[in-house]
Design a protein around this ligand. Structure first.
Ligand SMILES: [Mg+2]
Length: 371
């Protein structure tokens, strides 16, 4: 399988899971939660360690230990495509989409981080950079927030951080409260003023006609981005909404393999494609998703987990931006040294830190460990 000329071999693949309570009740249009689980993957070779992670059930850690570690151990650490393909084959019967794909994504990122560290390069240098700074938008605006909490968060992003794009959740209770959705959009526009792009995410909570109606009533608010107005499984529905509303229609966060994204683009369902490194198959697949989007003349936006995306995003010519998601930015700041700063709406990648530049603060993470 490998020989002495292939460089260091992977000696260990380890996983651990942590559940972190949110800093308040959170909900979007179609789900409510009070904690977030992060699953870490660590890969060791040649005296170096690579760190990856995903946001998914703690079961991802079992998949890494039981299914992925046995096929990655002993492989050449620098040959990520071979390890990636072995992982995809190993989870065939477990479902590439979902938990197994999330676990695979975490290991893939750990392999990229390891390779960059072994070569003593920042990860975006290893991949090859298209830019040194990555644009982000502030994201949160949960439907559980009262007016004061929403105002505080929007003010933090736009005034303290000087981020000029923000996204709030609407579609409350599966679209049962469009009146409050409109009130919250009006409040958001009032708080951020005219110079800031306002995005909304319905998380699939509306019907086609309802999405068109609500956006019609919001016409004066200059909403620029309408995410998942209907279920992202309903490609016809997304296309129908897209044909008649002013904001760009976007989706893709649940995509688990390349075919998913090709179908979404082919259907004319989105104005900007979204994909999530922690779900779609890691940095390896996310870079290919960017190529699929480019072939349809579309840009790509990274979904959540900002530090997981930053270096890959720097390498993608057709990048739109990344999501500075409140939950994940908070956990990544709690757990890792070396986190980036979103001031002025830009993540500036460090030129001197090998890999993705992050290291786990084990003692700070340990109290949250669940597996
Ligand atoms: Mg979303």
């Amino acid at each position: 399988m490998t020989g002495p000329t292939t460089g260091p071999l992977v000696e260990a693949v380890e996983a651990s899971a942590y559940t972190v309570p949110t800093d308040g009740p959170e909900a979007d249009g179609t789900l409510a939660w009070d904690s977030t689980t992060i699953v870490l993957a660590r890969v060791r070779a040649g005296g170096g360690t690579g760190l990856g992670w995903t946001y998914g059930p703690a079961a991802c850690a079992s998949v890494i230990g039981d299914r992925l570690a046995p096929v990655v151990r002993g492989r050449a650490a620098l040959d990520i495509p071979a390890a990636w393909q072995a992982m995809v084959r190993a989870v065939r019967n477990d479902g590439r989409q979902g938990v197994a794909g999330y676990a695979l994504s975490a290991v893939d990122v750990a392999l990229w981080d390891l390779k960059a560290r072994l070569l003593d390069l920042p990860l975006h240098r290893l991949i090859g950079a298209a830019r040194e700074e990555v644009p982000v938008y502030g994201s949160g605006g949960f439907t559980t927030y009262d007016d004061r909490a929403l105002t505080r968060q929007l003010t933090h992003w736009t005034q303290e951080r000087r981020i000029s794009r923000v996204k709030i959740k609407i579609g409350e209770s599966w679209g049962a409260n469009p009146g409050r959705d409109l009130e919250r959009m009006r409040l958001a526009r009032q708080v951020v003023g005219e110079g800031v792009e306002l995005f909304v995410d319905v998380n699939g909570g509306y019907t086609v006609k309802q999405a068109v109606r609500v956006m019609g009533e919001a016409a004066g608010l200059d909403v620029r981005w309408l995410e998942e107005p209907v279920s992202s499984d309903d490609l016809d529905g997304l296309r129908e909404v897209r044909a008649v509303v002013s904001p760009e229609v976007t989706a893709g966060e649940y995509g688990g393999d390349l075919t998913y994204f090709r179908r979404m683009c082919q259907a004319g369902a989105v104005d900007c494609l979204q994909a999530d490194v922690s779900r779609c198959g890691g940095i390896s697949e996310w870079l290919r998703v960017a190529a699929v989007a480019a072939s349809y003349g579309l840009q790509l936006s990274g979904h959540c987990a900002p530090h997981l995306h930053a270096h890959a995003a720097a390498a993608v010519p057709n990048l739109r931006h990344l999501e500075w998601f409140h939950d994940h930015a908070r956990i990544e700041t709690m757990f890792f040294d070396g986190v980036l700063d979103p001031d002025d709406g830009l993540l500036r990648l460090r030129p001197d830190a090998p890999g993705h530049g992050l290291s786990l603060r084990g003692a700070d993470a340990e109290p949250y460990r669940v597996g």
